[in-house]
Design a protein. Structure first.
Length: 276
């Protein structure tokens, strides 16, 4: 990621060398002086469309302003409008696009990412996509992820908040490795109950991690949660399941109540009593 602090200091120093106020630079750039102030404080970066105007106003090259590393060279091609050709022909990586992502508009990001997707030498992976997801619109992500291989559920956690429910459910269903309950908790809020139920049924973690089950409880169907709760009771104490009571079906609660009465007597029913 750009070092906004050092870039801001460079802008401030170059402006002072030109004996300009922030307001004068802002007028030349067609932005507010607050924008210039934020650049110089390192709070934000100029939009990529403003970099050429900024370098001209300060009488320096973009290289002098930002450096000449691979991400900056890519940024300059966005300015000249030939970024897609540059991406296809040069050895730039997704990490370079991620570096300049805060400077790009969503449609610029989408266009550039399309060029990366078309490169056979560097196939796009979920881990490579995670850093770009916040800068790509859902429509781009939903389209691009259709052919991506999914190794494990944990790989999905980083991009789940940025995908549609339908897309994340599709990807989760294609996961090669079965996921434990703890891993499923990372994507539970983003998939449908039916998909989550199916993933749980494929989980090798059937001895039931109660802490993980508690995190999944609001997102599972009552039937699946009830089955898991009863499995947990078989290998442990019924009283440990009490905190799941608000999410359990009545017939499971009644079975738990019978077990708790045998283990602890009437006093043990306090946790599940209101839900019976």
């Amino acid at each position: 990621m750009f070092n906004t602090i050092s870039t801001g200091r460079a802008i401030a120093e170059l402006r002072k060398q030109k004996n300009m106020t922030q307001m004068e630079l802002a007028d030349r750039m067609g932005v507010s002086y607050q924008a210039v102030s934020n650049w110089e404080r390192g709070n934000s970066m100029p939009d990529i469309s403003k970099l050429e105007d900024l370098s001209r106003a300060l009488d320096v090259t973009i290289d002098q302003l930002l450096g000449n590393e691979a991400p900056i060279r890519l940024a300059k091609h966005f300015i000249s409008g030939d970024e897609k050709e540059y991406i296809r022909e040069e050895k730039v990586g997704l990490e370079d696009l991620e570096e300049i992502a805060p400077l790009l508009k969503p449609d610029q990001m989408g266009s550039a990412f399309e060029a990366f997707v078309g490169r056979p030498d560097k196939p796009v992976t979920l881990s490579g996509l995670a850093g770009l997801a916040p800068f790509l619109g859902k429509e781009y992500l939903d389209r691009f992820i259709q052919d991506i291989e999914v190794g494990s559920i944990r790989e999905l956690a980083g991009i789940a908040p940025f995908l549609s429910r339908e897309s994340i459910s599709t990807l989760a269903g294609r996961a090669i490795e079965a996921a434990d309950l703890d891993a499923l908790g990372s994507i539970a809020p983003f998939v449908s109950k039916s998909v989550l139920d199916d993933l749980v049924s494929r989980s090798p973690d059937m001895k039931v991690n109660l802490a993980a089950l508690a995190r999944l409880a609001p997102f599972l169907s009552k039937e699946t949660l009830g089955d898991l709760a009863l499995q947990a009771v078989e290998s442990g104490s019924a009283r440990e399941i009490g905190h799941l009571a608000p999410f359990l079906p009545k017939h499971v609660l009644h079975q738990l109540a019978d077990r708790i009465l045998k283990e602890d007597g009437v006093s043990g029913l306090r946790k599940i009593g209101p839900f019976l």
